[in-house]
Ligand binder design. Sequence first.
Ligand SMILES: Cc1ncc(COP(=O)(O)O)c(C=O)c1O
Length: 505
Amino acid sequence: MGKAETFQDLSLAPPGEGQELGRWLYTELRAAIRDGRLRPGSRMPSTRNLSRQYALSRGTVMRAFDDLGNEGYIEGRVGAGTFVAVRLPDESMAARRDPAPAAVEPSQAGLANRGREAVEGIRPLPASHSVGRAFRPYEPAIDLFPVNLWSRVAGRVLRRAPRSLYGQGDARGYLPLRKAIAEWVGAARGVRCHTEQVIVTSGAQQGLDIVARLLLDPGDAVWMEDPGYPGAAFTLRAARARVVPVPVDSDGLNVAQACRQEPHARLAYVTPANQFPLGVALAHSRRLELLDWAARENAWVVEDEFDAEYRYFGAPLPSLQSLDRSGCVVYVGTFTKMLFNSLRLGFLVVPERVADAFAAARTFLDRHPPTLEQAILADFILEGHFGHHVRRMRQVYARRITALCEAARAELGSALDVARADAGMRTVGWIKTGQDDKEVARRARLRGLELAALSEFTVRHFHPGALVLGFASCAPAELQRGVNVLAGALDRCPADAGLAGAKYL
Ligand SMILES: Cc1ncc(COP(=O)(O)O)c(C=O)c1O
């Protein structure tokens, strides 16, 4: 009876509704130890008395004791019983705070020049707190992603994964995933490679970063599409490359002009399947011109095919990599647009002679992307779900761009000419009111829309004012709502604007 009183004095709070009893007892006893109701070195109540007092099975009490013992709160002494540890684990795991640090001058340590230059003007991308908002340009249809299927595959992979997958992973990426990628890009984009040339990255952006680190020296000239993808420009600037803005017309990057501007550039960055942000494809003749130049100059061509799988109208042109005979192309792909943004898995296909260097670079970067996520993605692809999803999204996005164009024609007809994108997840709406595109974008953002002005992506070679509008992530009703809101940001089109039917590119 005496022992029963001992633990009555512990004042254990009753278990919460539905709380697992072993977990409850563990938590309560640990609290009693930490706040001194059970003093260090004192004898623990016996398991028998605890089980009687709280109507618990001995097994439940033993489990709580095991957990407390495994964490170092209690210890068994042979022949003597179980005691509260003299030195609690919390003491060795919590640093003591200096009670009253003396006042000192605040540190003046700041960013290095290189660091300051690298981040100048960059705002961190905001986290998504909603999905499907008009006209978010970088998001696929997350609302239609098959989460149940993904979690089934994930659950199975996690249950069956061998313990070795919890250890150090392959610097190039998980082999079955690299095999699946090599097969997919071979079939879908004509990319010729074997698995050793595939490097799994944390999205296309990291791929671009590794490229810039390994293939460029400070001061090297790089052809960059203008307007172009700011993420690539930022990466090039961080590598201290000299970015040479090259104009883009209806056939894509103007290679002849680039040759005149900077014939001995070290690298060309292009989005040939679906130019960012204009949405044009690099013409076949320009592809050949670009590859000829690179072969002649021993230069690199970085082919960023971030959303090439989504082509709705017309046949896709083969990738530059598939036409490359000299081995100058680095192919960049990503699953963040094909599946969902937060997956953060992408890949590079690099020429064989530099593949080891790309793998070695992981040693000072991130070692490798998380292996278990790669294993889930590998099964998702190998079981055919990925192909099915991409084919399904292609249909959905084709309907969405059509819905956007129709809504824009009906509501904004004379003020904004929305191009029917042949591919990709965003399009361009040409402003016909004569308003400045940044001003229209500013007004639209104030009304809650997510969009950008074309001129925000332009350095030197300006096109007429336009808005860059994402459509893939938005259901048709949201696109309609977005168009209605956009009407409030646009002036009425002056009758004599003379821009109707103008050629924009
Ligand atoms: C042209 C282009 N390349 C690369 C990326 C980066 O892709 P990821 O999110 O996989 O890093 C984007 C993102 O929108 C993009 O538009």
